[in-house]
Design a protein around this ligand. Structure first.
Ligand SMILES: Cc1cc2nc3c(=O)[nH]c(=O)nc-3n(C[C@H](O)[C@H](O)[C@H](O)COP(=O)(O)O)c2cc1C
Length: 311
């Protein structure tokens, strides 16, 4: 997730909640002018995260590119440094990105997308996957896209069940995920509106998908995989709230440690914590008050006091 899953975040979450099967970097934009050096690519992933072999194997490196960008050079570099998993972002709905014919725009231009897929496939030897929406303006070419990915050697498809034009409106349409499972031979990863363990079970039951991906749900409940692995569907609300408090403490403790290890100032850490608190207090009885107090904290110490008051 852009602005969230930087190295320190991934290190902290993987320490606190190792039950996730796969983590993802936010996207590295392939440059249209000039070339990246090894230090830029490695820096995007994070050197510590790279040196941690177990975590590296569990992390997908995401890129975002367009026909004009120098995809070959960047992918060659990613391959040479040695990553296990490369993911192409074909879902980003940003106006600026789409105006440069990148992200979700590529869903509407199959010839351009085909060339990019060929370039990546022929220059990256390990697992290559794509992350898509169900269309750009509409879903008319959805099945053509699925066929394209199979033809061009993609190894799995993550599908966010909204078109680019829908942005985040309405509910994600999981029927397209089901459709993809039916017509494609590739593993399909279902995405969109997974907030709880019950949603995970429902996604599997309704679509038959291979696995699921959570974004906002993982921001709200960074320990969602832990709950799913350890308790499945058998959790009642009051238990969940008790667990939320316990896990919140672990989450912020590990984040704090990673940010401090990176030498960030307390002001900076406070800003990061505020940015990460959008959904995190939801469902707690006193959640609205906590969030307000949290967002109003003027210092790291004030913030720590609010946090301590929860436990
Ligand atoms: C803050 C934020 C940043 C995101 N950044 C990325 C990104 O870098 N790459 C990507 O493929 N999707 C990104 N997404 C989209 C999510 O991966 C996901 O497809 C979308 O949020 C729907 O899933 P959800 O309902 O689980 O949030 C981002 C979403 C959010 C909320």
């Amino acid at each position: 997730m852009e602005g969230v899953t930087e190295e320190s975040y991934r290190l902290a979450v993987s320490k606190a909640f190792p039950e996730w099967d796969l983590y993802a970097t936010d996207f590295l934009r392939v440059p249209s002018e000039g070339n990246y050096k090894t230090s830029k690519v490695l820096g995007h992933f994070g050197e510590l995260a790279y040196k941690n072999e177990k975590l590296r194997k569990k992390t997908t490196f995401q890129i975002l590119t367009s026909s004009r960008a120098n995809t070959q050079q960047t992918v060659e570099l990613i391959d040479a440094i040695g990553f296990d998993h490369l993911d192409l972002n074909i879902g980003c709905p940003s106006k600026k990105v789409n105006a440069h014919k990148g992200g979700a725009y590529l869903l509407s231009d199959i010839p351009a997308l085909r060339e990019i897929l060929k370039t990546i496939r022929s220059n990256f030897k390990n697992c290559f996957t794509v992350k898509i929406r169900i269309g750009y303006k509409d879903t008319n070419n959805f099945e053509d896209l699925l066929k394209l990915f199979e033809d061009e050697g993609v190894e799995a498809i993550t599908i966010h069940g909204r078109t680019r034009d829908q942005l985040y409106r309405g509910l994600a349409d999981w029927s397209y995920i089901k459709k993809a499972v039916e017509v494609s031979n590739l593993p399909i990863i279902g995405n969109g509106d997974i907030w709880t363990t019950a949603d995970i079970n429902r996604m599997f039951a309704e679509t038959g998908c291979h696995s699921v991906m959570a974004a906002r749900g993982a921001l709200k409940t960074p320990w969602l995989a832990t709950l799913y692995r350890e308790y499945g569907d058998e959790i009642n609300e009051s238990f969940l709230l008790q667990e939320r408090k316990k896990f919140l403490e672990i989450y912020f403790y590990e984040l704090d440690r990673e940010y401090k290890r990176e030498g960030r100032s307390e002001d900076h850490i406070l800003k990061r914590f505020k940015a990460l608190s959008r959904y995190i207090f939801d469902d707690l009885e006193e959640g609205d008050d906590l969030k307000n107090n949290f967002l109003r904290s003027r210092s790291y110490n004030e913030f720590s006091d609010v946090l301590s008051s929860i436990f």
